[in-house]
Design a protein around this ligand. Structure first.
Ligand code: SER
Length: 315
């Protein structure tokens, strides 16, 4: 049985991963933490206010709860990071090195989400291989590639069980993402239900990999539970569930809301970031090494998003 510390737990992924992990490992064995409170998480199991840059405080928490695995969900995303690169670097790398250093001390495990943002303009954009050129042009991407390499380093040098996934854009209905380039694919559903129209900040034809949250949660646990003798890559696996561009998600929404309209007002920073990322990744290594298989595609995700958001928004 694992004792898990989740840092950055109050964000888009953590607010759903923590209940998911508590369902698997037991509510008292999953300690959620963030720099702010999250009443949903603090009401359902151990919760700590923690600045993930404070290694001493983090280590105290790890010892107090006999933690053996850290899930590092702390991240300043791609577009937000470009507004203050040094701040983003410090947060993304500080939380990562603290997680790895503490895992080294306790001989534990670390889960780190990497991203499609770890790729760049010189990466092959179609069927992007597992092992390929990685020269990102955002501070977010640079921090994610560095985190991948540090995770490998801590595994090779110190035996830390550091594993990770290159997530695509994640679509969810509990907590909104913030500051990401793929955020439009979440916001479009809220706008469709509340206004019947959406102004998209990426241009038609911008293909990006995406995944529905239930698959993202399943992948995080599956990689951490995977048989280590089968893992060739460890850090860090391409995982995808679908690839679409804005007109395709609009068409999927129109099957439920026929009058839905999409307009465009391009954000040049987000567009240039999106243009540097893959259109669609090859995730066959994850499929071969730990049986990755997503459940949701664009149509089934859209039906579920609309059902859930109708209830949430009272639409
Ligand atoms: N969703 C992230 C972003 O758009 C990518 O990992 O920044």
């Amino acid at each position: 049985m694992r004792n898990i510390l989740v840092i950055g737990a109050a964000g888009q992924i953590g607010s759903e991963l923590v209940p998911y992990l508590r369902g698997i490992y037991g509510e008292n064995n999953v300690i959620a933490s963030d720099i702010v409170d999250n009443p949903m998480l603090s009401g359902s199991g151990p919760y700590a206010i923690l600045n993930a840059l404070d290694r001493v405080a983090m280590y105290d928490l790890v010892r107090k709860h006999h933690v053996d695995a850290v899930y590092n969900l702390v991240a300043v995303l791609s577009a937000r990071g470009e507004a203050d690169p040094m701040w983003a670097w410090n947060i993304n790398m500080g939380s990562q090195i603290n997680s790895l250093e503490i895992a080294r001390e306790i001989k534990g495990a670390v889960f780190t989400p990497s991203s499609i943002g770890a790729f760049g303009h010189t990466t092959p954009p179609d069927n992007t291989p597992q092992d390929t050129v990685m020269r990102p042009s955002t501070i977010y991407g640079i921090s994610k590639v560095t985190a991948e390499m540090l995770s490998d380093y801590y595994h090779l040098k110190y035996g830390v069980d550091a594993r990770g996934l290159r997530y695509p854009g994640i679509i969810s209905n509990v907590t909104l993402p913030g500051g990401g380039t793929t955020d439009y694919a979440v916001e479009i559903y809220y706008a469709a239900l509340s206004k019947g129209s959406f102004v998209c900040n990426l241009s038609p034809g911008t293909f990006l990999d995406m995944m529905y949250m239930p698959d993202a949660l399943k992948a995080a646990v599956q990689i951490m539970e995977a048989d280590p003798s089968r893992l060739v890559h460890r850090n860090c696996f391409n995982v995808s569930a679908m690839s679409f561009e804005p007109e395709m998600i609009a068409a999927a929404i129109r099957k439920h809301i026929p009058d839905f309209r999409i307009e465009y007002s391009i954000d040049p920073i987000k567009q240039s970031i999106a243009n540097s990322w893959p259109n669609q990744m090859d995730d066959s290594a994850a499929r071969e090494e730990w049986d990755w298989e997503p459940e949701y595609d664009l149509e089934t995700m859209t039906a579920d998003m609309i059902d859930k958001l109708k209830v949430k928004l009272g639409a």
